[in-house]
Design a protein around this ligand. Structure first.
Ligand SMILES: *Cc1c(COP(=O)(O)O)cnc(C)c1O
Length: 365
């Protein structure tokens, strides 16, 4: 028998979450962000649930090829643009739209031989200070692109650093407005957090929104709002089973480093899941987990292949009992990935993306 750990991708949840993002940004077109192998879900496995999107956005040219191989003829956007001049040949061949965030990318376009002019998304650095043209250099970059026969349509994009938090988007939005005022072209500004929290304003919403994490059922502003607040459903379940049940006497410890010690006698379960499966090693004692759909907690240190859990709230648990590390239990109970991530001091994004290759994955409606 294979090791009992297993991940499930929920097609219906992806479809539902995409619809939620459409509803959050009425009238805008929606890129489904499928970078990082669809946030760990697998592009091929997520495709059925996301094919209702208006386009797919990602970073990696090999991933763009995979989306085309699935038969997708619609828009594909390279969010970081091309990395070297010959990437432009693939853009021509696969009809990829690409971000332009720096002068080198314009230089490369200027010498690129193509019969089909490209659609580009000119990126403004409005305050994230990562990629993009500074506001005072934005118009000259626009003019340079406009003069190139290799370019047909120019769209305008920027990315918010604080859409999920108290600082908000105000300052960056003002910079974007000033830098793009009067320039022709479609606009794209909003990631998941901005689409959910700030896209009531049609100008902020723009022509294209770019939700990633929300499409995968994780809240971009947890713990202020959880996924249920935004009407999002988990699109990934990580599940396993108990492979042993033991009594832990008072004063005894479990796991490496003996960092958890029982104060009173207790029953503990050993789960076939560890950091080599993508479960975060830094998840402390008390991280939530479901056993037979009942919420309990982890104990002690996460090992490579095993986690120990407290069976006090689940007296009927036995070897073979279902364990839900995140996502949906057989009973229908849900353990949001954001709660596990938060307990471990990280975000849902990282847990999804870290799902390990050794975990078998299936796709369900
Ligand atoms: C990853 C990414 C997004 C999606 O962000 P989420 O927080 O996952 O919604 C949007 N835009 C750009 C440029 C990105 O790199």
């Amino acid at each position: 028998m294979p090791r009992p750990i297993h991940a499930t991708i929920h097609t219906g949840a992806l479809r539902h979450n995409l619809a939620q993002m459409r509803a959050a940004a009425p009238g805008a077109r929606v890129w489904a962000i499928v970078k990082a192998n669809a946030y760990g879900h697998g592009i091929e496995r997520a495709f059925e649930g996301l094919r209702g999107a208006d386009g797919f956005a990602l970073l990696d040219l090999a991933e763009a090829q995979r989306v085309r191989d699935l038969g997708w003829r619609g828009p594909i956007l390279l969010l970081e643009g091309v990395f070297e001049p010959r990437d432009l040949e693939l853009c021509s061949r696969l009809n990829l739209w690409h971000a332009v965030h720096g002068d080198e990318q314009i230089d490369w376009l200027a010498t690129h031989k193509t019969h089909q002019p490209h659609r580009v998304f000119l990126k403004l650095n409005s305050g994230m200070n990562r990629l993009g043209f500074a506001p005072e250099r934005f118009r000259s970059a626009y003019a340079r692109l406009q003069a190139l026969p290799q370019v047909d349509e120019i769209s305008l994009m920027t990315h918010f650093s604080d859409a999920d938090g108290p600082k908000g988007i105000g300052a960056q939005w003002a910079v974007f407005q000033r830098a793009t005022d009067g320039l022709a072209g479609e606009r794209s500004l909003c990631n998941s957090a901005a689409a959910l929290r700030h896209a009531q304003d049609a100008a902020v919403r723009g022509d294209w929104v770019r939700p990633g994490i929300a499409v995968y059922g994780s809240s971009p502003d947890f713990p202020e709002h959880d996924a249920a607040h935004w009407g999002l459903q988990p699109s990934m379940t990580l599940a396993s089973k108990l492979i042993a049940v033991n009594a832990l006497p008072a004063g005894a410890s479990t796991g490496y480093g003996s960092i958890f010690t029982a104060e009173a006698p207790m029953r503990i379960g050993v789960v076939a899941c560890g950091y080599a499966d993508g479960y975060p090693r830094h998840a402390p004692t008390g991280t939530p987990v479901l056993v037979d759909g009942v919420r309990t907690r982890t104990l002690g240190r996460v090992s490579m292949d095993m986690i120990v859990v407290d069976l006090t709230p689940v007296p009927q648990a036995a070897p073979g009992s279902e364990v839900t590390l995140w996502g949906r239990a057989g009973s229908g109970a849900v353990l949001p990935i954001d709660e596990v991530a938060h307990a471990a001091g990280t975000v849902g994004y990282e847990l999804m993306c870290a799902l390990a290759p050794r975990v078998p994955v299936s796709v369900e409606e």
